[in-house]
Design a protein. Structure first.
Length: 217
């Protein structure tokens, strides 16, 4: 069984989807600790409701990024964490953290990377005029939203979308792909070759998507 540590700052719907997958028997993993920089994060309540240990380290306690990250690494190691799962953690990790868990940190990002890294991505995707956006689970490297891509879901952008409506539809897909990425990792099916992640016995879709749909197709 895979031991994971989840890092959160906010509402924790992705954390919830991981908890639900584990409890449903779809993901053979155990969350040994949920760590947050924000004592008010609703994600902490979700963890507590499921009897999962929580830990808060605020920026005020350790203002220097490297000190913060060193402490976080200590906590994760003390809890036997094999895979670090970033689920809405609003801090950029320093090399101190990334090097402590090489190819053992995942992040979820609400766009189809490498398009729209960073923040405010739903608005940026709409304003760009793109017909598709989506979400990406990737390994974390020392850049921001640049690591090798594991799984993506594509979400069409509608003419009447606002950043909020698009965010909601993308979030629904995030909750499907994050547990799946963790499952693939736990089953030892992911290997990284340069920027590419190979998936042993992956099932790859045949079809294509066109938006707007073409009549008679
Ligand atoms: C999600 O949109 C995720 O893609 C991004 O942060 C948000 C976290 O949402 N990295 P939640 O806290 O899991 O609800």
């Amino acid at each position: 069984m895979l031991t994971i540590g989840v890092l959160v700052s906010g509402s924790g719907t992705n954390l919830q989807s991981i908890i639900d997958s584990i409890e449903a028997g779809c993901l053979d993993a155990r969350i040994s600790v949920v760590l947050s920089d924000n004592p008010q994060a609703h994600a902490l309540k979700r963890a507590e409701e499921h009897g999962i240990k929580t830990c808060v380290i605020t920026k005020k306690e350790l203002p220097k990024r490297e000190d913060y990250d060193r402490r976080a690494v200590e906590v994760l190691n003390a809890h036997g964490v094999e895979l670090v799962v970033l689920a809405g953690f609003m801090r950029i990790l320093s090399p101190v953290f990334v090097r402590a868990f090489p190819l053992r940190i995942m992040n979820i990002h609400p766009s189809l990377l490498p398009a729209f890294p960073g923040l405010d991505v739903h608005r940026k995707a709409i304003e760009s005029g793109a017909r598709f956006s989506g979400c990406t689970v990737h390994f974390v490297d020392e850049g921001v939203d640049t690591g090798p891509i594991i799984i993506q879901a594509v979400v069409p952008i509608r003419d009447d979308d606002t950043p909020e409506t698009l965010r909601q539809r993308i979030l629904t897909e995030e909750h499907r792909i994050y547990p799946e990425a963790i499952r693939l990792f736990g089953e030892g099916r992911l290997t990284v070759e340069g920027r590419r992640v190979r998936i042993r016995e992956g099932r790859f879709p045949e079809g294509v998507l066109v938006n707007p749909a073409i009549e008679d197709e």
